[in-house]
Design a protein around this ligand. Structure first.
Ligand SMILES: [Zn+2]
Length: 195
């Protein structure tokens, strides 16, 4: 059996590659099927908290990724919607490689962003065979968020942990209908985070 594997080209955490199909004789497009890795519980894309329950699953999303050789690569992702106790609502599960609702992977977005600095939007659209107005809208959106996106790619940290801690402290406060004694309140907060 061949030891060749393409999985290393898709180092997406919490997901696994199920299968791949290469289309057309000249291998001009490829479809990679991706599913959540069941060993991990899903996270909320908005606040990063662990999901309380899975609300619904098997939502198919088609996401364009970087080309491989001559092939345009599309990821067919099966994602889940979750109930998040922190946001108090149904949210899409967090994925490391594409933001919720985005039709391109983060790494392709970064590539497009780089190209738009050197080429016209029309050239980029033709080069990647992407609909021209779509690239222009996307480039405009990227330019607007440029500083934050690049920072996030270099330092992937968020405020999710902080939001979670804040929420938990609020719950402690609400449960006791407020505390007279600040010292005791601080002790209760510390107790909640004791290992
Ligand atoms: Zn949330």
């Amino acid at each position: 059996m061949s030891g060749l594997s393409i999985t290393k080209y898709f180092p997406f955490t919490r997901m696994k590659i199920i299968k791949q199909n290469v289309h057309h004789e000249d291998a001009s497009s490829a479809l990679i099927y991706i599913e959540p890795d069941m060993r991990y519980s899903p996270l909320c894309h908005e606040c990063g908290s662990k999901a309380a329950t899975v609300h619904s699953k098997n939502h198919i999303r088609l996401i364009r990724d970087l080309n491989m050789a001559n092939a345009q690569v599309f990821l067919q992702v099966r994602d889940r919607k979750i109930w998040c106790n922190n946001c108090r609502g149904v949210r899409v599960e967090w994925m490391s490689f594409a933001d919720a609702g985005q039709r391109v992977t983060n790494r392709l977005a970064r590539y497009i962003h780089g190209l738009c600095k050197m080429l016209t939007v029309k050239d980029v659209a033709e080069h990647l065979d992407i609909d021209h107005p779509a690239v222009r809208a996307f480039a405009r959106q990227l330019r607007y968020f440029e500083y934050g996106i690049i920072n996030h790619a270099d330092y992937p940290i968020g405020t999710s942990m902080l939001e979670g801690i804040n929420n938990k402290i609020n719950v402690i406060k609400r449960k006791a209908y407020g505390f007279h004694d600040d010292r005791y309140f601080i002790l209760k907060v510390k107790q909640a985070y004791a290992a």
